[in-house]
Design a protein around this ligand. Structure first.
Ligand code: DQA
Length: 150
């Protein structure tokens, strides 16, 4: 892979209902808010020499369009498609446009929560998956991407 210089760009996409983190089923997703996750990722990115952009949407089409826009602009992608993980062929197809490292993150362990959540539509088109490490999973994903692209 070609080496990317300092200032490489990493996009973080959060899917539906993740804007409610902190209030939403805290026993499963923890008490940390999405703003706290995003601010921490931006700070961590800075210390790794990366520019981190974050995006949350409750709409599948908006997520697809954000992925499409990443084709020319981003060097890495972290995505938690939330419930769309289990349903969205459109998000899967959009990810296939990208030739950059993509890490799928889930706060909860989707394999421990019943058959509904066990299937990820994107797992086999991403570089790796982190599932069940809470908010720290995003940080680990960013560190992994930094290693892969620098
Ligand atoms: C989730 C797991 C999904 O099954 C669920 O629909 C979510 C969040 C997670 O981060 O654990 O909204 O992606």
């Amino acid at each position: 892979m070609e080496t990317v210089k300092n200032g490489a760009r990493v996009l973080v996409i959060h899917g539906p209902n993740l804007n409610m983190l902190g209030k939403r089923e805290p026993d499963i997703y923890g008490k940390v808010t999405l703003d706290e996750i995003d601010s921490h990722l931006k700070e961590l990115g800075q210390s790794l020499g990366l520019v981190v952009e974050t995006f949350q949407s409750n709409h599948e089409g908006a997520i697809v369009e954000k992925i499409q826009a990443a084709v020319e602009t981003q060097n890495g992608l972290i995505i938690n498609p939330a419930a769309y993980t289990h349903t969205s062929i459109a998000i899967r197809d959009a990810l296939l446009l990208l030739a950059i490292p993509i890490i799928e993150v889930h706060l909860s362990n989707i394999y421990k929560r019943g058959s509904l959540r066990r299937k990820s539509m994107i797992a086999d088109v991403t570089t790796a998956q982190i599932s069940g490490l809470g908010a720290n999973g995003y940080n680990m994903a960013l560190e992994a991407i930094a290693t892969m692209i620098q």
